[in-house]
Ligand binder design. Structure first.
Ligand code: TXA
Ligand code: MG
Length: 330
């Protein structure tokens, strides 16, 4: 398959939107990572996205919207919300979150409408939704006439793509097109929040403190985020994606206390190894550095552990630990 590279001109965005409307796959920029766009209401398009990524089909997709009203096409929670009670409270909470954080890196999980196919939601009765802040992508969604599901546009298991060239490396020849927008400023995927229980299923740049400040509600982390992930049937994270090995570079990777990283570097060098170091990993550059070290063909990557107790560091360490397959040195 020839993968067309689209610019962010209006004309190209219109062409790309047509491809999505016709059931094709086009990767798009966002402020977090690049996404692999497909028509969220088309089960066949969802199947194609899973196949292109090599992703297990029980791992649900996030649906991207361009305006708040689009949310009503995906979830029934706003139907007759004026009847009061619990539902009205949930609606008010969603509205507050949207006002504070959309467009931006927050994904909300809500009950889904029947029209949202199970293929898009990995068989779940809920749907994950966010409004990204990249202008070309908002235009893409508007022009498509539908809503756009978008997993990260990497091959399953590889680091998430933070520029369009990463998408081309992984999915070139496997998808219809890529919108060559700006590199991503955020660098890690959105925070996923189940708004019904106020539980964070995947940590990101929007922290529990930020969410609590806006809603006045206590926010907790899914306790599975504190465990070493496994595909064991007894391991049940609420975001199915959390159970898979993720973001893995080709090189072996170790997480090392910061004060030991120089010594460890010298030790590995003395063994004749080509070593890559990531000192104080940060959200914006972490995934790109993994890809760069892979390209350089390093044998081992040493990343320093960030201090515990800070929510943003917790989000970054979630990616670092997964990338390293929980290979932690003390
Ligand atoms: O920043 C992002 O969120 C990026 C950009 C492209 O928007 N997208 C992204 O999608 O990271 P993906 O598919 O790589 O990750 C989606 C995560 C997975 O961990 C999945 O299990 C979880 O969200 N998820 C999706 N729908 C869910 C649902 N209904 N309930 C619980 N978790 C859900
Ligand atoms: Mg992903």
């Amino acid at each position: 398959m020839n993968t067309v590279i689209y610019s962010t001109s209006d004309k190209d965005i219109e062409k790309a939107a047509k491809v999505i409307a016709c059931g094709g796959l086009v990767a798009f920029p966002t402020e977090t990572v690049y996404g692999l766009g497909a028509d969220a209401f088309d089960p066949e398009a969802a199947k194609k996205a899973y196949a292109a990524k090599g992703r297990p089909s029980d791992n649900p997709l996030i649906v991207h919207i361009a305006k708040f009203e689009d949310l009503e096409r995906l979830t029934p929670v706003f139907d007759a919300a004026e009847n009061g009670g619990k539902k009205a409270e949930l609606c008010a909470r969603v509205k507050k979150l949207a006002e504070a954080f959309w467009p931006g890196p927050l994904t909300v999980v809500l009950p889904k409408r029947n029209e949202v196919p199970k293929e898009t939601t990995g068989g779940l009765d809920t749907v994950a939704v966010r409004m990204p802040s990249s202008e070309p992508t908002l235009k893409l969604i508007e022009c498509s006439g539908t809503l756009v599901s978008g997993p990260s546009a990497n091959l399953s298991g590889k680091p998430s793509p933070t520029c369009w060239q990463h998408v081309q490396e992984d999915l070139g020849g496997r998808i219809d097109g890529i919108i060559a927008g700006d590199p991503c400023v955020g660098g890690i995927e959105s925070t996923v929040l189940d708004v019904r229980t106020m539980t964070i299923l995947r940590p990101g740049l929007i922290t529990p403190e930020m969410i609590a400040a806006v809603t006045g509600k206590d926010v907790s982390y899914d306790k599975a985020l504190f465990e070493k992930p496994s595909e064991d049937p007894d391991f049940h994270p609420m975001a199915p994606g959390q159970k898979y090995r993720h973001y893995a570079p080709k090189a072996e990777m170790h997480v090392v206390p910061e004060e030991k990283i120089m010594d460890r570097y010298m030790e590995e060098r003395a063994k004749g190894k080509k070593v890559g170091c990531i000192v104080r990993p940060d959200a914006k550059t972490f995934f790109a550095m993994l890809r760069e070290y892979d390209e350089e063909g390093v044998d081992i990557i040493l990343a320093s552990a960030l201090p515990e107790g800070d929510s943003l560091s917790f989000s970054i360490m979630n990616r670092v630990l997964k990338s390293a397959g929980y290979n932690i040195e003390d």
